[in-house]
Design a protein around this ligand. Structure first.
Ligand code: DGL
Length: 249
């Protein structure tokens, strides 16, 4: 099975990392559109163009299934992509429902990109699952920039997170949802600064389980490619970048 993965950049590596554990025998092609990152602060129509270019590239490489390892790209293009192509397409969305159901009293803080949070898809999701208005949303765009530039130093990231979280009374929250695939690189810093009762959640494992179900349902026999990954960084094949980022998870 040739599984195509893409993200605005290197964030989707946090999803690919789980996929390599759960589906270790498949073949992967990953496209990091880093030259056009970030998506989350750009106009929707422009981002849509980037996405269709990337998907066409992956199709030219013969993918059988596509994982949109990016919440932002999913929110603006999954519907059209599914209408246009007939191979399975797995998207991502912030794990709001899971967070709301897991704790029925406290608040949930959803972090994502600006574009994800203002898109209809997210707004509808919250409207549907948040009957008691317990969800707050916070854009953390700078984490995308940090990750793209391989900035992981505590002294840079922690002050930014503290500043952004300052307005919230964290004792009233049960969880923080990481609704952007770049954010799990910084999970340890979230855990470090948040009170211990707060659970930091991302949708990565859920997405890969969903991918696995889809493959099983479609009766795809697993290939034995031993998790071979071909990594394209802005169009250029370069697996050293993938290795460098996998080390940071
Ligand atoms: N990694 C992406 C996401 O999950 C978007 C980051 C960006 O390019 O703004 O939303």
């Amino acid at each position: 099975m040739k599984i195509g993965f893409f993200d605005s950049g290197i964030g989707g590596i946090t999803v690919l990392n789980e996929s390599l554990k759960i589906l270790p025998n498949e073949e992967y092609i990953y496209y990091a559109d880093s030259i056009n990152a970030p998506y989350g602060t750009k106009p929707k129509e422009l981002v849509k163009e980037y996405i269709f270019d990337v998907v066409n590239f992956l199709i030219s490489k013969g993918i059988d299934v596509l994982v949109i390892a990016c919440n932002t790209a999913t929110s603006i293009a999954v519907k059209e992509l599914r209408e246009k192509y007939d191979f399975p397409i797995i998207g991502m969305e912030p794990a709001v429902k899971y967070a709301i159901e897991k704790n029925k009293e406290k608040r949930v803080l959803v972090t994502a990109t600006e574009l994800t949070l203002k898109e209809e898809k997210y707004q509808n999701l919250v409207r549907k699952v948040d009957a008691n208005s317990r969800v707050d949303s916070l854009a953390l765009s700078r984490l995308v920039e940090y990750a793209e530039n391989y900035i992981f130093e505590r002294k840079i990231v922690v002050p930014y997170l503290k500043e952004k979280l300052k307005p919230y009374d964290l004792s009233t929250y049960s969880s923080i949802v990481l609704g952007c695939t770049h954010f799990p690189f910084y999970k340890k810093y979230f855990n470090e600064i948040l009170p211990s009762h707060i659970e930091v959640m991302d949708g990565n494992i859920g997405t890969v389980k969903h991918l696995k179900n889809i493959l099983e349902k479609a009766d795809y026999s697993s290939s034995s490619n031993n998790g071979k990954v071909t990594f394209y960084y802005s169009g250029k094949e370069d697996n050293s970048i993938l290795r460098k980022y996998l080390e940071m998870i």
